[in-house]
Write a protein that binds this ligand. Sequence first.
Ligand code: URA
Length: 435
Amino acid sequence: MFIPQEFIRKKRDNKPLNKDEIQQFVQGVTDGSVANEHISAFAMAVFFNGMSLAEKTDLTIAMKNSGNTLSWDLNGPIVDKHSTGGVGDVVSLMLGPMLSACGAFVPMISGRGLGHTGGTLDKLESIPGYSVLPDDKLFKKVVKDCGVAIIGQTSSLAPADKRIYSIRDVTATVESIPMISASILSKKLAEGLDSLIMDVKVGSGAFMPTYKLSRELAMSIVEIANNAGVKTQAILTDMNQSLAYNAGNALEVREAVEYLLGKKINPRLHAVTMGLCIPALVNSGLAKDEKEAKVKLEESLSSGKALEIFAKMISMLGGPSDFCDRYESYLPQAKIIEPIFTQESGLVESMDVIAIGMGIVGLGGGRIKPEDQIDHSVGLENIINLGSKIDRHTPLCTIHAKDRESFNEAKKRLLEAVRINDNAVKIKEIYETIG
Ligand code: URA
């Protein structure tokens, strides 16, 4: 018989856990026979003692198998990307259609905004009619016919993670690299992937507080996923400023459409999107090397194929069939749209990206409580880049707000979040590839 306290004691005393007992623990988490106290004590023991690669892999696979897993019979590799999240990170909306245009199938199960970070599902819900929770049949049909479907997590996907995460959240055990790795990968591997590309953010708006910890997380995820049979690389990318020009749900969707249309391409966003798409194509065997991958991806944009796929996915998931032609009229618009200015002049030296993200939450573009409704229209447009020259005539950004009170609050936060100095700033988009 499985005795949870014996299992916890082993981890507490740094003794190795075997696959069987890890599976029984996760089974107990899923069927309710393991109590909240057991889960929290186990999470704390892991927090202090860590886990070996074998233990992390067994935990990930057991959590993945705690619910439904997808399987595919398609004419191409099954590929996905996961990002640890940030501000203005709208990459998924372009990456999915671009990879699909190059022959991949992308069943992307995404999340909502968390804390200061935006969520892909919240962004897509700016599109009238778009359903983020289609039934399984429609999800599979969209993946088959479009090559990509971006949807939300159902309760049947990795239910053990849902329970463990909610307990970690209230027991100061979120910040454990083995637990974070197993949590992220249990959900991604349940998609039935052949390969995965991870975007691990680094900087003032990153989930992990230091470069060293972001790197450790990237290494851990790459090792576990490859050990579990899914070819995986991680890219460490910059989150010391918004990734896109715009941040906020409808504003980011607009930027994604304009990127796919070739109308307005932010070089930082392009560098990170390509930086993730290129290895995704090579790892899945759709390109023989980086050079070929780059050519194929550029062609997916210049031919309009990626845009066409994005439009088809939106239409099949309930959005307007002419969304990409008339996105300006479909996307919600805020009442107040005004630029803000600083009284200082010099170079933009640094930004507190968490404060910027919380500025958007304060405008109503994110949630304070999980049940909060989002205002998709609000956010920031044309956010100034790090290193740019600024004076009292150069806008820091344009705020889109629902009323004067939230506008003024966001303005105050943003002015405080940006540091202006005379120092030149070194800017990077991609730091390192792991794996
Ligand atoms: N995101 C997840 O899905 N799980 C974690 O543990 C942390 C971030």
